[in-house]
Design a protein around this ligand. Structure first.
Ligand code: ZN
Length: 277
């Protein structure tokens, strides 16, 4: 007869998993890294967990390769952590309502992920700290509370078109491909409501902020734009010195054409290759 200890999942990072281990395996169905594990059992078990009241702790879950793309789509979710989780296929959180804190810190998406028209509720936090994204689509997403993309890595195109942010930090985030913050066709204008912090953010390719409204603080301290940085027709509406491009490096074509500035801005940039005002 198996030792009782061996019947409990061995996953223990922040919290010790108390779920039963899969027969003959060390981990439960959620933490087992076997890419060929039974997706049907995984999804049914996940559905059961979603039915339990209270915080959803999906930390470290290993999603199987054929996990249903739209499994989460359109759901209203209470406080949820998917920290350290690994998704092996495309996944959609489109139109989800995150009613409370949502933690995607250290989450690894290995294929496209979409959060189109998702809502992250006011007075709660959306954490994408050190999250690894391939193509990421946050089109017309509403981040109504504090949002942290600190150290996030965007390996392919990142779309934040028509997205509304309240208080967001992209501290030391790394965009390896094009970053779109301007409205795509048929999307609304992107708005940064109270704080937009891009301090130490690195844009390896083009970054588009055309027509974007920065209503509060806009800080790009020591940010680097290696290629095009397009802020044409953007509006910076903050009070004096709340718009700050100190030590920013603009190493490609830069445009501030038709930009509106309300208060005085700091423009002590470290480098400016070719700029159109
Ligand atoms: Zn487990």
């Amino acid at each position: 007869m198996a030792d009782e200890k061996n019947d409990i999942c061995a996953y223990s990072v922040r919290l010790k998993c108390q779920r039963p281990a899969v027969a003959g395996r060390e981990y439960c169905i959620f933490h087992d890294s076997d890419p060929n594990k039974d997706v049907q059992v995984f999804q049914e078990s996940l559905e059961a967990e979603l039915g339990i009241k209270g915080k959803l702790n999906f930390e470290g879950f290993r999603f199987p390769e054929d996990f249903k793309i739209d499994f989460f789509q359109g759901r209203s979710l209470p406080e949820i952590t998917l920290a350290d989780a690994v998704f092996r296929n495309t996944v959609s959180f489109n139109s989800c309502l995150f009613q409370s804190d949502a933690d995607f810190s250290f989450t690894e998406f290995t294929d496209k992920v979409t959060f189109a028209k998702a809502i992250f509720s006011k007075d709660h936090e959306a954490k994408f700290f050190l999250t690894r994204f391939p193509e990421a689509m946050f089109i017309e997403t509403d981040f109504q509370g504090r949002t942290d993309f600190g150290g996030a890595r965007f390996l392919k195109t990142a779309y934040f078109s028509g997205t509304h942010f309240s208080d967001v930090s992209f501290l030391a985030a790394d965009f390896r491909d094009t970053a779109w913050f301007n409205p795509l066709r048929n999307t609304r204008i992107s708005v940064f409501l109270s704080k937009a912090h891009f301090n130490n953010t690195f844009f390896a390719k083009n970054a588009y902020f055309q027509e974007t409204d920065f209503i509060g603080q806009a800080k790009f301290l020591s940010a680097t734009f290696e290629e095009t940085a397009d802020f044409s027709d953007a509006s910076f509406l903050a009070e004096d010195l709340e718009t700050d491009f100190s030590r920013t490096k603009f190493n490609g074509f830069t445009s501030f054409e038709n930009v509106s500035f309300c208060g005085r801005s700091r423009f002590e940039v470290e480098s400016l290759y070719c700029c159109k005002f």
